[in-house]
Design a protein around this ligand. Structure first.
Ligand code: OGA
Ligand code: ZN
Ligand code: ZN
Length: 431
């Protein structure tokens, strides 16, 4: 046990040194992942100058020492009372029942102490106290909410095309050094792809990677799966054929968010990998042909996957090729030509326009301006956002022996983002 701990500690130190030495080679030059919030939601101590509860308004107005002002609705304040009757601190969860919340509540009395805390007495004499910093983080202004959103979800994407500088980090570093692991996950979220290098060229590295983040996503193909030429293949990936740009598993209601492909053996000719930024291409389509974009963001496409692997399966699902948020921005691409069903549950007259729209999107994906080609080496693990980045591979020669072998696995974004937040807390020493 101690020997193991010592090895891990020693490993961390060695890697910290090598990381500094190899900082340029790591291909991730700047330190944007270190950036901590500085204004509304964090880290500067927030002092309160004045607090008031205007008559006939269901809110509390807080004036900050920096001159800014925040308003907090009384119902929200009562709902978020942090006292042990209303909040279970061991679970960081609300105990107060919604049935017991009066949506029309107003404060009976509000006082400020030390510029650091406000106390509220409610009409039933229940009292609540709120720390200035806690309030500041939860300010309802557009700017503060945008900052909090960014902090919690890291929504920023950096689009790329054939000019991609593929981000690379040594596998060992992310396994033993928290800062490197944090950098890996931030880059994965922002760019959609990171290549981990120098893993052992044998099965089992992805299970270790799964333990590093939390756990892998089990599917009908197993916890990890072997991409190689197989007799009676139950998936087109298990042949030597070309795979056109696709996302994995759109037949599932919740397709895997993150994919790992670990190269164990690589064929001499062919078998190159191709990736493309699906959000970038979707944006291009939106401007180039809004009607095609409208079709791909609204038509439910049938997917099917039937076979036997981890256990027998007969999966059916419906997905739009491009899933969008309330602003019409792409949030998930669901396109796999192999598992797109022969059943197509739309009126006949809509079929040809759908194909034309998909053809235009597919042309954008395949344009030399957008796609990036590389060849995995044994020990490489390509990690990518399966909701954003479409991937494919070139065909290769079949033979009597297995000449190419990748091990694959999936993880959910919830698990990956959870690890990212915990690593950030440790690396940046934050609350
Ligand atoms: C897959 C896949 C790519 C490759 O298994 O889903 O896309 O390079 N494999 O074999
Ligand atoms: Zn309370
Ligand atoms: Zn795939």
């Amino acid at each position: 046990m101690w020997r193991l701990a010592a090895r891990v500690l020693l490993g961390t130190k060695v890697h910290l040194v090598t990381r500094r030495l190899l900082a340029g080679a790591a291909n991730l030059q700047c330190c944007w992942w270190r950036t901590a919030r500085r204004t509304h939601t964090g880290y500067m101590s927030a002092g309160i100058r004045k607090v008031e509860a205007p008559d006939a308004e269901h809110l509390i107005r807080v004036q900050w020492e920096d001159g800014s002002e925040s308003c907090y609705p009384c119902v929200w304040l009562r709902d978020n009372c942090q006292c042990p009757h209303c909040f279970l601190h061991s679970a960081k969860a609300r105990k107060l029942l919604f049935e017991d919340l009066d949506v029309d509540i107003v404060a009976k009395e509000v006082t400020l102490t030390d510029r650091k805390k406000i106390f509220i007495t409610w009409p039933d004499e229940h009292t609540s106290e709120y720390e200035a910093e806690w309030l500041k983080k939860r300010c309802f202004s557009e700017a503060a909410r945008a900052e909090m959103r960014e902090d919690l979800f890291l929504p920023e994407h950096q689009y790329w095309g054939s000019d991609l500088q593929l981000p690379k980090i040594p596998f060992e570093e992310i396994m033993y050094d928290d800062e490197s692991a944090y950098k890996w996950l931030c880059t994965l979220k922002k760019m959609g792809v990171v290549l981990l290098t120098g893993a052992a060229a044998r099965q089992g590295e992805l299970v270790k990677l799964g333990h590093r983040i939390g756990f892998l996503r089990l599917t009908f193909y197993g916890l990890t799966w072997q991409v190689q030429d197989k007799a009676d293949a139950n998936n087109v990936a298990y042949t030597t054929g070309k795979l056109c740009f696709h996302t994995d598993y759109p037949v599932l209601q919740h397709p895997p968010g993150v994919q790992f492909l670990h190269c164990i053996k690589q064929t001499a000719t062919g078998g190159e990998s191709e990736i493309v930024d699906g959000f970038h291409a979707a944006n291009k389509l939106k401007h180039q042909n809004p009607q095609a974009y409208q079709i791909l963001t609204s038509t439910a496409v049938d997917y099917t996957d039937i076979g036997v692997d981890y256990c027998d399966f007969a999966v059916q699902g419906k997905q739009r090729i491009i899933d969008v948020d309330y602003r019409g921005q792409a949030v998930r691409i669901n396109f796999n030509n192999a598992t797109r069903d022969t059943v197509f549950d739309i009126p006949a007259e809509e079929v040809r326009p759908f194909y034309a729209a998909l053809k235009e999107f597919n042309d954008l994906l395949n344009s030399t301006e957008h796609k990036f080609t590389f060849k995995l080496k044994p020990g490489d693990i390509v990690t990518f956002d399966n909701w954003r980045v479409l991937h494919g591979r070139k065909s290769y020669q079949s033979g009597s022996e297995v000449t190419r072998h990748l091990e694959g696995a999936y993880a959910d974004w919830d698990v990956v983002m959870s690890r990212l937040r915990l690593l950030r807390k440790r690396v940046l020493n934050r609350d």
